[in-house]
Design a binder for this molecule. Structure first.
Ligand code: SF4
Length: 341
């Protein structure tokens, strides 16, 4: 077996530590970092979005490299129809692990690695990190004995790299459960100062985000990346089954909403006051655009909410028009709200 491992690097602390345990045995590690439309990208605030560059700088001399892999449409299809069900929210953690390990298996062949490494900790997550689940996933992927989980390895059956003496089992760990004390000690010992927050997971574990995703697929079962990208920003309103209004909550979101707008969308902002950028998407006409203008006024810095203000309404690619509006009242916009944003 080749003394070279491919590791799944989520951006969470556990996967970093698992990598380091293997590097410390003098075994080079090619880590694969997956990016999806659900928050596991380098600019996301989610736990999977932790920047790995400092780590590469620190551990590169030990034989550590990272490859990025965007799972794109395949991942969306898996989230739409997970084979193994979901966790508490929309997160299909078992299917997600299966898909990521499947890709890592391909990577293993590409780089000539002998085994896979993950940062999974036994019993840390009730759905995806049990002994039985590990066995089932490895078996389903034809990877029995090939996936080494260094943080819990001493509590699990020996894997092939251990049996063949490529990895010293004695120097692996026996961590189990949700506690993080030992992980913090290891991080300190290895100079990892930027410690990601406890693994909360990707956006799919967030109740509000999950509700917005459910709402999207309920009204448009085929909705893909274009609409999914909008779910991570703003306050969401659904004035009719085929139409969504998304209102930015800060400058960053306003910029993102503008960038995400496509042909057919309508952008709305106020002419004379600082406030949100709003996009109207789906089947809509003047009525929805007028409603969007009044919701925009509601969330803008307008000192007197009863005052009439001017809004710029612009169909993407069309000529902007100016309309007059008054801030919507709670009874007008409240019932249209989709989850807390
Ligand atoms: S939280 Fe679950 S679904 Fe999200 S990236 Fe982690 S394993 Fe995958």
């Amino acid at each position: 077996m080749n003394r070279h491992a491919v590791a799944l690097l989520s951006g969470g602390l556990d996967s970093m530590l698992a990598v380091r345990v293997i590097l410390d045995q003098g075994i080079p590690v090619t880590a694969v970092r997956f990016i999806t439309h659900f928050g596991c990208d380098p600019v996301s605030a989610g736990s999977c979005g932790h920047d790995v560059e400092p780590l590469v700088k620190m551990w590169g001399p030990l034989g550590f490299t990272v490859k990025m892999c965007h799972l794109g449409q395949d991942y969306i299809e898996m989230v739409r129809n997970p084979k193994y069900g979901r966790g508490k929210n929309m997160n299909p953690c078992v299917d997600c692990r299966v898909m990521m390990l499947g890709w890592a298996r391909e990577m293993m062949a590409q780089v000539g690695a002998g085994f896979l490494v993950t940062g999974e900790v036994l019993n840390q997550r009730p759905m995806s990190q049990t002994r039985e689940r590990f066995r089932q996933i490895d078996k389903d992927l034809g990877l029995r004995g090939v996936v080494l989980r260094p943080l819990s390895a001493k509590l699990l059956d020996p894997t092939l790299p251990e049996v063949e003496g490529v990895v010293d089992r004695e120097r692996l760990l026996d961590i189990s459960g949700r506690g993080r004390t030992r992980q913090y000690e290891m991080a300190k010992a290895w100079g990892v100062t930027e410690i990601p927050q406890p693994a909360g997971g990707c956006l799919l574990t967030d109740p509000g985000y999950s509700e917005r995703l459910r709402d999207l697929w309920k009204h448009d079962p085929k909705a893909g990346a274009r609409d999914i990208n909008l779910l991570r920003v703003g306050r969401h309103f659904r004035p009719s089954p085929g139409c969504k209004i998304v209102v930015g909550r800060n400058e960053d979101e306003n910029r993102m909403i503008e960038a995400f707008a496509e042909t057919g969308d309508t952008l709305v902002s106020l002419a004379d006051f600082v406030g949100p950028m709003t996009v109207v998407r789906g089947r809509h006409g003047p009525e929805e655009a007028t409603l969007a203008a009044s919701i925009t006024a509601r969330y803008a810095d307008v000192p007197d909410r009863t005052r009439t203000v001017r809004a710029v309404v612009s169909r993407k690619g069309g000529v902007p028009v100016m309309i007059e509006t008054v801030a919507a009242t709670e009874s007008e916009y409240g019932p249209l709200r989709v989850a807390a944003g």
